[in-house]
Design a binder for this molecule. Structure first.
Ligand SMILES: Nc1ncnc2c1ncn2[C@@H]1O[C@H](COP(=O)(O)OP(=O)(O)O)[C@@H](O)[C@H]1O
Ligand SMILES: [Mg+2]
Length: 351
């Protein structure tokens, strides 16, 4: 996988799953649309797309899902195939290095099959162009030979449905984005939805828990189901060893403070991003890569993983001149802003 995942896996509240976790996740994944909790608008729109396709007996429009990691994009791709009663083929942008890699996948799809391309923004450029034609006309042009003698042999494809997922919709070229008939924007979950997800997972994992315990885990899960499920498992471990196996509010609090996840769901890395921004750059503005170096992280980790949540919490803001801390950030870390900054502080309310 990517460079960032190596570092990510060490992170307790990482929204990215590591190898072992993937197996556990598979067991917790909702299999049908009506088991999928939250994201009501996406669910309803998708349900219409799928049902009308089923009524017409034709593959539905191609679907693009965008949003931060851990919000259910892969889960929805699997649900789409299941609801259509079609097989699912899984590949990803980074796995497609050449147009030929994509041709090999496309030409072996059966009629109506669902092709899931994860991290679609990371596909090689020549493959991207091949994909435009494939999505629109169900055809690929296979280039045979090299140089001036090369010829393109058109190859018809079985009609298929592409489901693309991206954490960075902004990086997708417009011609590709425009070829998706349906774009689902996934957003962070409300605590009430996360609590339902935690309840469901606790039932599947045979964990005893009261409502206040579930609510406490939900509050600290950064709006992300993957993190909610992970915190649940760690709190369960704690409850088994230190308590009588039942997750209460107090048990959840004690466990999560042991794992350094604070009341807002910030972990050590988030706090270190904030801390650098405040102490080293006086609250900003500072450019993303400079900030990332100060924290010892890849810029992409800071941008994709830490930032969206910190922005949503109203702790930092992105401006054309760089990242700036809001007054809540100083308060959250309990640091007094220097007098020079005070007058220019941004007050951003939580969205
Ligand atoms: N709406 C949801 N309801 C229940 N569980 C969910 C939901 N969304 C995600 N999950 C759980 O969170 C985990 C991560 O979801 P996943 O689809 O892999 O996220 P993504 O592909 O966006 O990174 C999965 O194990 C899944 O069980
Ligand atoms: Mg995924």
């Amino acid at each position: 996988m990517t460079e960032r995942s190596e570092r990510e896996e060490e992170r307790f509240v990482s929204p990215v799953a590591d190898g072992e976790e993937k197996a556990i996740e598979a067991a917790l994944r909702p299999k049908q649309l009506d088991e999928f909790i939250g994201q009501a608008r996406v669910r309803e729109q998708l349900s219409l797309v799928l049902h009308s396709a089923l009524r017409r007996g034709r593959p539905p429009d191609h679907v693009l899902m965008s949003g931060p990691p851990g919000l259910g994009k892969t889960t929805l791709a699997m649900i789409i195939a299941a609801e259509l009663g079609m097989p699912l083929r899984i590949s990803s942008g980074p796995a497609i290095e050449r147009a030929g890699d994509l041709a090999a996948v496309l030409s072996t799809l059966s009629e109506g099959e669902v092709l899931f391309l994860d991290e679609i923004h990371r596909m090689a450029r020549p493959a991207e162009e091949m994909l435009y034609v494939a999505m629109e006309d169900f055809r690929v042009d296979v280039i045979v030979g090299k140089g001036p003698g090369a010829t393109a042999i058109p190859l018809d494809l079985a009609p298929f449905t592409l489901v693309g997922a991206t954490t960075r919709a902004g990086l997708l070229p417009a011609p590709l984005r425009d070829r998706f008939g349906f774009v689902a924007h996934m957003d962070f979950y409300e605590p009430a939805d996360l609590q339902q997800i935690i309840d469901r997972s606790a039932r599947l994992l045979d964990v005893r828990m009261d409502d206040a315990g579930a609510a406490e885990i939900a509050r600290r899960s950064r709006g992300t189901p993957r993190i909610a499920n992970r915190l649940l498992r760690r709190v369960r471990d704690f409850a088994e060893v230190r308590a009588d196996g039942v997750i209460t509010e107090q048990v959840a609090r004690d466990a999560l403070s042991l794992y350094e996840v604070d009341a807002e769901g910030l972990d050590r890395l988030d706090r270190s991003v904030l801390d650098s921004l405040l102490r080293k750059f006086g609250g900003g503005p500072v450019g993303l890569s400079t900030l990332a170096v100060a924290v010892g992280e890849e810029p992409e980790t800071v941008e994709v993983v830490a930032e969206p949540f910190l922005v949503r919490k109203g702790l930092i803001a992105r401006t054309p001149r760089g990242r700036i801390a809001t007054s809540s950030a100083w308060r959250h870390l309990g640091i007094t802003p220097p007098p020079t900054v005070e007058g220019t502080l941004f007050e951003v309310t939580e969205e």
